[in-house]
Design a protein around this ligand. Structure first.
Ligand SMILES: Cc1cc2nc3c(=O)[nH]c(=O)nc-3n(C[C@H](O)[C@H](O)[C@H](O)COP(=O)(O)OP(=O)(O)OC[C@H]3O[C@@H](n4cnc5c(N)ncnc54)[C@H](O)[C@@H]3O)c2cc1C
Length: 376
């Protein structure tokens, strides 16, 4: 079976790896560089906390477990850090919602521990306890984070070496040839044609751009902003999430900083100044919790589109009316990708329908014209 995967972010790389492992002959076509889209500038926290409805929570938990399996499969996974994460809210009015969420997560079998401030100090001595004050602190031991660029590079390398997968970067797909309701091939900008028995669209936030011949997926993507500090002499090992602030280590002593309120200041993708207003807001927030970070410590600030299907949930399945054309697009893609890769390979190559994806089919966005899309 010949399969073309369009897009080599963390989702496309996972899908390509698993589809090749399942025995297909895989070609990956990527318009830019590997993991150069959202995957290259993602907070990349592997988690399911607060994710609803239950089917979407379960998909995220399956992703977290699949990260562990994949680490074992590789023996050594330099991209994966399962360190757990910490959460607190400084305003007492937020404490009831935090407890309600934690209770729900526990009921659903998720790892949740309430820890004391002295335990927090033991775990992360550089967090200034005055920023925590009397707030209840939750520790989520199963959570972690991923380096998505490394992840993608390792999976594609392994699939090339083991199963002869081919990757073409800087080769964007412009159209899909559909003959009698069956997707037969993709065409790239320079006119090259790649024939395929199945085509899997993993273009993230670009899924709403029309490829000639096939329908687009309605997306509600938005801009995400991440700040990266210079290496700082802080020993933070776990990410923490408090109020409107998310912080985690990012290798070699750098910290990655995110604030939702800063995302909402930036309406379009644009190069931001590491000495500009957005950077100052990120640094001010982190310095209240980790005082060893200095005001001039921002090294870079990146913006990227966060791929979000129109109703905020994963979109994965055959496209109605076009046999052989499959879409796999999701937010929380870093968490979900290794599971999604396996499930998509099962559906596309082995023909097994995955119950776990039944609530997330593209037909909720796209009306069928010629009956449902299906495996060729
Ligand atoms: C700021 C931010 C924070 C985030 N935090 C988290 C988090 O904490 N946890 C989490 O799980 N998720 C998080 N996400 C979401 C997560 O990063 C994404 O869901 C995930 O990276 C999506 O991966 P992808 O492979 O689908 O998309 P992308 O990485 O965007 O890859 C899509 C690829 O398709 C290529 N492409 C597009 N059009 C074409 C074409 N026509 N032909 C060929 N190639 C094409 C693009 O060049 C791109 O490389 C965050 C995202 C952002 C932006």
């Amino acid at each position: 079976m010949r399969v073309v995967v369009v897009g080599a972010g963390i989702v496309g790389s996972s899908v390509a790896y698993e589809v090749a492992k399942a025995g297909a002959q895989v070609t990956v076509l990527e318009a830019g560089k590997i993991a150069g889209g959202a995957s290259g500038a993602s907070f990349a926290w592997t988690n399911a906390t607060g994710k609803r409805p239950h089917a979407y929570f379960a998909l995220n938990v399956a992703g977290m477990r699949a990260h562990l399996d994949l680490s074992r499969e590789f023996g050594n996974a330099p991209w994966f850090k399962q360190t757990g994460s910490l959460e607190w809210y400084s305003r007492p009015e937020d404490w009831a919602a935090q407890r309600e969420n934690a209770d729900q997560m526990m009921e659903w079998g998720y790892g949740v521990e309430w820890i004391s401030k002295s335990r927090l100090k033991e775990l992360e001595p550089e967090i200034d306890l005055s920023a925590v004050n009397d707030s209840p602190v939750v520790y989520y031991p199963e959570e972690g984070w991923v380096d998505p660029v490394l992840y993608s590079a390792w999976l594609l390398r392994a699939a090339r070496e083991k199963w002869n997968l081919a990757v073409h970067t800087f080769e964007g797909v412009t159209s899909v040839d559909v003959v009698n309701g069956k997707a037969k091939a993709v065409r790239t900008a320079d006119g090259t044609v790649y024939a395929a028995d199945a085509i899997i669209n993993c273009t993230g936030s670009w899924a709403d751009r029309l490829l000639d011949g096939v329908p687009a997926i309605p997306m509600a993507s938005n801009v995400g902003v991440l700040g990266f500090t210079l290496p700082v002499a802080a020993t933070l090992q776990r990410q923490f999430h408090m109020d409107d602030l998310d912080v985690r280590p990012d290798g070699a002593g750098r910290l990655m900083i995110h604030k939702i309120s800063v995302d909402s200041l930036v309406c379009e993708l644009t190069a931001l100044d590491p000495k500009g207003n957005e950077a100052a807001l990120l640094l001010d927030a982190v310095r209240k919790v980790i005082p060893s970070v200095q005001v001039q410590d921002m090294e870079s600030i990146r913006t990227t589109m966060r791929p979000i299907p129109g109703d905020n949930l994963t979109c994965s399945g055959w496209v109605p009316g076009i046999s052989g054309y499959y879409v796999a697009v999701t937010h929380s893609g870093v968490t979900i990708a290794p599971y999604l890769g396996k499930a998509v390979a099962d559906e596309v190559v082995r023909g097994h329908v995955h119950e776990s994806l039944q609530d997330f089919r593209p037909d909720r966005f796209l009306a069928a014209k010629n009956g449902m899309g299906e495996r060729s």
